[in-house]
Design a protein around this ligand. Sequence first.
Ligand code: ADP
Length: 771
Amino acid sequence: MPKRTINDIPVLPLRGRVMFPGSTATVDVGRFISLQAVKKATDGDSCIFLVAQRNAETEKISGFSELYEAGTVCRIRQISRLPGTTIRLTVEGLYRAVIVREGTVNDCIVCDAAEIVTLQQGDDGLVEAYFRTAKDIMGDICQSETHISKEAAAALDRCADPDEFVNIAAANLKISVEEKQELLIKERLIDRLKLLDKILNTELEIMRLERKINALVRQNIDKNQKEYYLREQLRAIHTELGDDESEKEELGRKIEQKGLPDEVREKALKELSRMDKMQTSSPDYNVLRTYLDWILDLPWSETTEDNKDLDAAVKILNEDHYGLDKIKERVTEYLAVHQLTGGLNAPILCFVGPPGVGKTSIATSIARCLGRKFVRMSLGGVKDESEIRGHRKTYIGAMPGRIITGIKNAGTSNPVFLLDEIDKLSSDLRGDPASALLEVLDPAQNSTFRDRYLEVPYDLSKVLFITTANGLDTIPRPLLDRMEIIEINGYTQEEKREIAKRYLVSKRAEQNGIAAGSLVITDGALDEIINGYTLEAGVRNLERCIDSVCRKAAVRLASGKIKRMRVTANTVESLLGARRYDRDSYMQKDEVGAATGLAWTAVGGTTLTIEVSAMHGKGEVLLTGKLGDVMKESARAAISYIRSNSEEYGIDQSTFETTDIHVHVPEGATPKDGPSAGITMATAILSAFTGKPVKSSVAMTGEITLRGKVLPIGGLKEKALAAYRVGVTDVIIPADNKKDLEEIPKAVREKLNFIPVTEVDTVFKTAIIGI
Ligand code: ADP
């Protein structure tokens, strides 16, 4: 076909679109310059040259430089008027053309346009290949792109001419003006096809991506819808069952109603919303669920009202305990101060004493006096800081520490909290529990105690902490400084008997279901139990023995054979078996080479018989039994002293060269203060060397120096009680300990004859017969 040229054709600038031959389009025209062009066209043969603006935004066209160099010659098929001055044209694209001359006629831009004839020559096979690919891809695009009309899709499908195809495709694709313009201007068919292919492939890729994104979005929506649907169903089930709250709603409501401190409430709600996004089967869901249960179970604002009646408090203390007058007085004072200050900066009470003297029991009574809840936690063997402070909840099976657990068990935020055996706290590599405990007990810090599991502060300032210990030596100094020490000592035989009579027997009988009055344990029987079956400062084992008696009695009473049972000193053995301790665990008669010492152990005072035998040998010293290093030193000091004063005691120097000595401590727990066995050892050794007996009625305690001086010792009160228990009459004590005699119960002081000494020589003269 010869190349057409058209002269003075009016130019209609297009904004943001490109017209192609072979398709029909509507164009709205409003600008003056455009209306003039339409007018000129309709005045002539209705042909108009549609050329795209280089910039769609340009309102006023001042010249050809603002237009692309090529466009499409069209015929106006229809003109319709729109409101205002705007008109709507329906145009049909005829052929592609390029501007060859620019001009203006009566306010209208015109030009001479020369047709762009497609150059068909080239590799037909290649053209065909590109064409088919383009068709295929276009088919795909038409199927999923809604903006391509059905007619256009059908035309594309039908089209058998590659050049036409490029035009129709280009007219319908959502591609940039620049790309369309390029397709419009290319002369060679193969170039046009190649470019279309490139564009189509990009489009396809974009479409795929779009599809993928859409699918994802849909999936999300679907999932949300599904969850929503299931939740609704669940709610419906709950409603049907009469419990119309979901787990989350229930937790949310409880959190709001619990009266939590702001920080805790926010934290709980945050964790709840995290939990809400999880699947119920996920382990994290359960971790959070357990966490929220802890938060909800803990008493944050629940408290008990303190009982302010001090007289009632005194009554309760007396009701629960025999004796302990000083301690009761001290506790009453403490309660009074506590009441006046509201517990501010009150020291922590620490009851110190041997096991079974009623430390725990007094703490329980304090709770009863105040009307507070009581919790107890044993610190014995707590090595790990996290036992106090908890584990982070990210650990598997994490839990709050023992303090928070105790508070939860108490159910109120102001219980009496007993920290038992604070002296048994140990520390290892996993952190120091003592420092964690210090934080718990320090009023400056404990209002914001942080448990690692809870992650929010808990106010411990309203808790009344009480501690107990068997001894003070192992308590870390900073802890000790926070506490007010109240010592409780061991009981005498009479006191034990009274405690048993008034409290333990009835308590145990009741617990074993024995009616009041059905069981009588005589004083003689109690004494027999105390002496023959227990060896202790407190009454713990005594209580156990009484319990055992009660159980045996219960069996007999339940059999119906007897109605009442009376336990006497003679029948104790038939109930409890053979005596465990010989009353006379100290020397029964005056013996050579044996002396009774008094020791102070963790369980209170006790007697300690030291035996020495002298035999023919080479002057060696053998030490056996429960001898600590300190005791060995005492033994050596004693021997040295005796050797250097041998003449005075009538021992020949050569005896030392030809005699082996064997020192043995047969019974008793390891004493806390080794050196106090010094004078006892010296006495037994001298008795062995001289062959003169030691008086069995004498017991002693005191440290010895190389020069024979007697130095003071600790725990005199406990030791005196032990001496009293076993029935010795004379007790040799270091003169420097005389001041401690006041602390010893009157009953004991009246029965024992204390002999204060400064020199070991006096000890020998008092204890060994014939020196
Ligand atoms: P601790 O805590 O010192 O080891 P506990 O408080 O456990 O001793 O006392 C052991 C038992 O002895 C308890 O049943 C307690 O009630 C009883 N008990 C101890 N001292 C007395 C006392 N003075 N009066 C009455 N019962 C006592």
